[in-house]
Write a new protein. Structure first.
Lengths: 413, 119
């Protein structure tokens, strides 16, 4: 018996493919423009979802509209108006309604403003918990599912779903603006945004590229987006450069035996030459703007670690000194101490490390640094004991294996 | 949107009356008041007398219980408030930062419930 295909099944598949494509490409932009008008992220996402459901049946019947993105925006706005009409007791909703009614004409895709920077600043607002900022940005701007986000941050899915919905509710209730901050708030808020995106990057970097959604790629997408929407901003370029330089080493960070490797010991042929070159070019552009900041300094440190003739330790030590002025934290001091030791003064580096014993006693990299510097100054017994502590606290098996190799090497000296 | 700026601080950390620091703080409050008035955002605000003057009441089983002292014994206590009407949280935070107590205490920014009586 022949299977008879229902008429229009092919068209239905084409419609659903087109809808998937538009939602994948433009979801962030559509949510951004709707949220900025409604001042309510949860509502924006709900009406966009409803519009997508309508699109399936409507486009199947009447064919694809000339601008699918514009169609979705217009229908989502109408759905928002319908919803808000029922709730005009709320003064702010009445205001959103008036705003929407004025925007009801079907927009040309070119006329839809790119409000994603406003959306990113709302998602990364300091009135939200740092972890919620990251989760919300991944959900709304990158379109990751709650399941993917929960998995990346090793949370249960209901916990992550609750975190995201609480954050959206706070944006609406507390009046967090969908706005790019003005000059007074700009440096602090930008730093918050860049830190959130960088946290996404490092989470992906530690997890490795095998997750269903590679967070390093998402972070790179976000940073390029922010750089595109706000060009010629030195710190954004610095953050993008740092990300590209670090990402360039990704394939080389674990050796063939599964042990993690510092840049100096990595197989350079595995470095991503295109990212390395692009990162260096962007960093040079940022530095030329003569508006130094912590992300540019961190990018310069990453660059010096990948210098052609091996890490440029004196320069790295000087850069940590410069970073200290922006971020006077024990961790920056620790990294500076290691650079001082490698630059030719292990005794001074060790003294600096030991001065941080109180502040960083629970911090695994402190024990690893102390071990390495004790070994450099010839104290093998002390080094062996510090390595044992660092191995016990190691966050990943790759890091533990690297430290075990170093511990074993002590006996051979 | 209307926000209440709740001013919490430890009275022990507040500059003592008559010192130059006290005068600077009062000058700061005066400047904040003037700025909020000039910008047309100020809806109200008061300073409270110390927690040693507080009396708390609750009704349990239909019976009023009256107690000496504040709702909770904490080091930082509610010392006063402003109510302002501004477009969003960022604007509210900008005014909160003008309050001198923010330098030694904490200003909590809370949106008021938003009802439209005409709706």
């Amino acid at each position: 018996m022949r299977v008879v295909t229902a008429p229009g099944a092919g068209a239905a598949i084409a419609v659903s493919r087109e809808l998937d494509r538009v939602m994948r490409a433009d979801r962030g932009r559509l949510v951004a423009v709707l949220a900025a008008g409604l001042r309510d992220l949860a509502l924006a996402e709900e009406v966009l979802q409803e519009a997508a459901v309508s699109a399936l049946s409507h486009w199947g019947r009447s064919g694809l509209p000339s601008s699918p993105t514009g169609w979705l925006l217009q229908v989502a706005r109408r759905k928002a108006i319908d919803r808000l009409r029922g709730q005009t007791r709320d003064a702010r909703k009445a205001q959103a309604l008036a705003h929407l009614a004025g925007e009801e004409a079907a927009p040309d895709p070119q006329d839809i403003p790119d409000d994603r920077l406003r959306l990113i600043f709302a998602c990364c607002h300091p009135a939200l918990e740092p972890k919620s900022r990251v989760a919300l940005t991944l959900r709304t701007v990158c379109g990751l599912t709650t399941v993917d986000i929960a998995r990346a941050f090793l949370d249960a899915e209901p916990t992550m779903a609750q975190r995201i919905s609480r954050a959206k509710a706070k944006i609406a209730a507390a009046g967090i603006p969908f706005a790019v901050p003005g000059p007074e708030l700009w440096p602090e808020r930008l730093d918050g945004v860049l830190t959130a995106v960088y946290l996404i990057f490092t989470t992906g970097y530690v997890a490795g590229p095998d997750e269903p959604r590679d967070l390093c790629r998402e972070a790179e997408f976000l940073m390029r987006l922010i750089d595109g929407l706000r060009p010629e901003e030195a710190e954004i370029e610095g953050a993008l450069a740092m990300m590209l330089l670090t990402a360039a080493r990704r394939a080389a960070r674990i050796g063939p035996d599964g042990a993690s490797l510092p840049p100096a010991d990595q197989d350079r042929s595995l470095w991503d030459a295109a990212r390395l070159e692009e990162g260096r070019a962007i960093l040079a552009r940022a530095v030329a703007r003569r508006a130094p900041g912590p992300f540019q300094i961190k990018a310069a440190i990453a660059d010096c670690q990948m210098a052609d003739s091996g890490p440029d330790w004196p320069q790295i030590a000087a850069l940590y000194g410069a970073l200290w002025r922006f971020e006077p934290t024990p961790v920056v001091h620790l990294n500076g101490a290691v650079a001082v030791a490698h630059a030719g003064d292990p005794a001074r580096g060790l003294a600096m490390v030991e001065g941080l014993a109180g502040a960083l006693a629970d911090y695994q990299p402190w024990h690893a640094a102390q071990a390495a510097l004790l070994a450099m100054t010839g104290d093998r017994t002390g080094a062996a004991s510090a390595y044992a502590t660092a191995i016990a606290l190691a966050p990943t098996p790759a890091e533990a294996l690297f430290l075990k190799r170093r511990l074993a090497a002590l006996a051979l000296v | 949107m209307q926000y209440m700026l709740l001013i919490y601080n430890d009275p022990a950390l507040e500059p003592a009356y008559g010192t130059p620091e006290f005068n600077a703080m009062m000058g700061g409050f005066f400047a904040a008041n003037e700025r909020m008035k000039a910008d047309g955002v100020l809806r109200g605000g008061e300073g409270l007398q110390g927690v040693e003057t507080a009396t708390s009441l609750r009704i349990r089983g239909g019976k009023a219980e009256t107690m000496d002292g504040p709702f909770a014994e904490t080091r930082e206590t509610l010392g006063g408030y402003y109510v302002i009407d501004v477009p969003d949280l960022d604007a509210a935070l900008t005014y909160a930062a003008l309050i001198p107590s923010a330098t030694f205490g904490t200003v909590e920014v809370r949106p008021l419930m938003d009802y439209n009586p005409a709706g």
